[in-house]
Design a protein around this ligand. Structure first.
Ligand SMILES: *[C@@H]1O[C@H](CO)[C@@H](O)[C@H](O)[C@H]1NC(C)=O
Ligand SMILES: *[C@@H]1O[C@H](CO)[C@@H](O)[C@H](O)[C@H]1NC(C)=O
Ligand SMILES: *[C@@H]1O[C@H](CO)[C@@H](O)[C@H](O)[C@H]1NC(C)=O
Ligand SMILES: *[C@@H]1O[C@H](CO)[C@@H](O)[C@H](O)[C@H]1NC(C)=O
Ligand SMILES: *[C@@H]1O[C@H](CO)[C@@H](O)[C@H](O)[C@H]1NC(C)=O
Ligand SMILES: *[C@@H]1O[C@H](CO)[C@@H](O)[C@H](O)[C@H]1NC(C)=O
Ligand SMILES: CC(=O)N[C@H]1CO[C@H](CO)[C@@H](O)[C@@H]1O
Length: 506
């Protein structure tokens, strides 16, 4: 007999259906007193509480105690002892079968026991995991911004796995176990909590994250396709160069400030000196006309844009012969139309003295062919990458725009181009890379760069680039080759525009 049998019995009964083998064993025990006594003897040695087992489980007259025996001494002094057994045939086979069954059951029990140990270990592990999960969920609950969708997904997967394991555990345990049940409830709770957290995502963190991700991907795609299409072209042409296909668009205006003389000085010009030798060192100049809209008398210079913005460190100068707002500055010299004449003058900005005057051949002047809505600008200077230009009209050109390249040292005309664009119907004009661009007024809020003349090719044509403005009238436009900006004097306000050039692969 196995000594662990009674324990096994007790345990198997706990395990429910697995103990079913024992149920049909029980009736076999009671009718056999011998079996009982045999059991009892073994019990007596191992377990005190079972010493009266045989007496209590008796049923009818056949049940007898093993203590019923008689002893005697024969005449030779030999002790004789005889035990009377009520059943004459001892069920050896049954006992052996029982022993075998007990053995099988014991092995089964050992297996179950090791399983239980395994489960206990698993449960410990999952309990730890659970604590970890709970902590994480608590952290997520506290800080609603820091959790991510991935966190949710991971926790969901883990909870799912644990649910599966718990179900397996339950199947393994045929009976019910409190720990397992509790764990199951907790896992259900966890699932609900995670779901609730997701739906409680009031700030739409997840949705926003998804959108950001989508946008990022779009950007990536865009960049990828961009780098496919244009492998080496720089985003903008290098400052001061002409490696582009001309102006294709213009930014909205940046309002720099009101001119230093004030709101009533609606006429004038401003810009930045350009010298190819020091392209980024040019001074900023502001030249408002007198309130008559004709005479240029005072102008100011600033070394930096900051100074200009703060109206500080200004160098103010006075001249007595300037006319109109067609002024330009190139290599530290200011170029103006000499008052009441068709002459042009060059003023050294360091000394504020006239260094050269020249007659501009055949140029119309004194409002003969000025710009639309702007008086006294029959002669308009322009500066681009290649140097100094002058835009005007002649009687011979019947008021159409004439472009001349000037020697900026001598103010002599180097070359002249005749356009088919009537100057008084143009609101203003500027030069970029040898191309004249002309604007016209669409309404009080917009101008249009509508015309170009390319002195490199002699070609002219239409454009339709919309140019927003702040006030009604554009008094002057000057271009700076290094900044690649337009400097616009707009009814007393100083505006800047960024130019967008056509990318030209070479
Ligand atoms: C055993 O049974 C007898 C008779 O039923 C009883 O008097 C006795 O107290 C019992 N002993 C134990 C240890 O239970
Ligand atoms: C939870 O477990 C992970 C590893 O599985 C660990 O990185 C993390 O720090 C744990 N969190 C807590 C709160 O214990
Ligand atoms: C499950 O959640 C309910 C309510 O949310 C709570 O009353 C219960 O104590 C939780 N059970 C466990 C085991 O955490
Ligand atoms: C020009 O630029 C403006 C923004 O400054 C933009 O809204 C417009 O669509 C552009 N036009 C063209 C034809 O690219
Ligand atoms: C301006 O005049 C000053 C003094 O005479 C001279 O040093 C300078 O070179 C002149 N600048 C230009 C651009 O001609
Ligand atoms: C401009 O004139 C000066 C003086 O005559 C001369 O030295 C220079 O080469 C001329 N420049 C051009 C571009 O013709
Ligand atoms: C206590 C008890 O059971 N005594 C029995 C012992 O055996 C004799 C004869 O076999 C019976 O007469 C007694 O009753």
């Amino acid at each position: 007999m196995q000594p662990g049998f009674p324990f096994l019995l007790a345990l198997l009964s706990l395990l429910g259906s697995d103990a079913g083998d024992l149920v049909d064993l029980t009736p076999e025990l009671s009718p056999t007193s011998v079996l009982q006594s045999d059991f009892t003897s073994s019990f007596t040695s191992g377990s005190k509480s079972s010493s009266n087992w045989s007496a209590s489980s008796g049923s009818g007259s056949r049940t007898q105690s093993f203590s019923n025996f008689t002893g005697s001494k024969d005449d030779r002094g030999t002790c004789q002892c005889s035990i009377t057994l009520p059943d004459t045939t001892f069920p050896v086979e049954r006992v052996e079968r029982l022993e075998y069954r007990a053995h099988i059951l014991y092995e089964k029990f050992q297996k179950e026991l090791s399983k239980v140990k395994e489960y206990v270990q698993l449960i410990t592990i999952y309990e730890k995991k659970f604590v970890n999960l709970t902590l994480r969920v608590e952290i997520m609950e506290k800080d609603s911004i820091s959790y991510t969708e991935l966190d949710f997904e991971l926790i969901k997967i883990e909870v799912k796995e644990m649910e599966k394991l718990i179900i397996q555990l339950k199947d393994g345990f045929s009976g019910s176990s409190e720990i397992v049940d509790q764990l199951e409830v907790e896992i259900r709770n966890m699932t609900l909590l995670v779901e609730k957290l997701e739906t409680l995502d009031k700030t739409n963190v997840l949705a926003i994250r998804r959108e950001i991700l989508a946008l990022k991907n779009k950007l990536k795609e865009c960049e990828a396709s961009k780098s496919e299409n244009i492998p080496v072209a720089p985003p903008v042409p290098a400052p001061g160069t002409c490696t582009h296909g001309g102006v294709v668009n213009i930014s909205r205006p940046f309002i720099v400030q009101l001119n230093w003389r004030g709101f009533s000085y609606k006429y004038g010009a401003w810009g930045r000196d350009y010298s190819p030798e020091n392209p980024d060192k040019g001074q900023y100049w502001v030249a408002p006309l007198n309130p008559d809209g004709r005479m240029l008398e005072y102008y100011q210079l600033h070394n930096t844009m900051d100074d200009l913005l703060l109206y500080r460190h200004a160098k103010q100068s006075r001249i007595t012969y300037g006319q109109g707002s067609g002024t330009a500055v190139y290599k530290n010299n200011m170029y103006v139309n000499w008052y009441n004449t068709g002459n042009i003058a060059k003023i050294n900005l360091t000394t504020n003295t006239v260094s050269v005057t020249q007659n501009l051949p055949y140029a119309a002047y004194n409002n003969r062919f000025s710009y639309a809505n702007v008086g006294w600008q029959d002669i308009d200077f322009a500066v681009d990458e290649s140097g100094l230009w002058v835009i005007y009209s002649t009687e011979a050109s019947t008021g159409n725009m004439v472009i001349s390249k000037l020697n900026d040292t001598t103010l002599l005309v180097l070359n002249t181009w005749h356009t088919k664009q009537y100057k008084p119907s143009v609101s203003n004009a500027f030069m970029i890379c040898g191309v004249l661009y002309a604007t016209r007024t669409l309404n009080t809020r917009t101008e249009e760069i509508f015309y170009y003349y390319d002195t490199n090719t002699g070609k002219e044509g239409r454009l339709d680039i919309i140019m927003h403005k702040m006030q009604e009238t554009v008094q002057s436009i000057n271009y700076h080759p290094f900044d690649q900006k337009l400097f616009v004097y707009n009814d007393g306000y100083l505006l800047n525009y960024d130019l967008i050039f056509k990318q030209e692969p070479h």
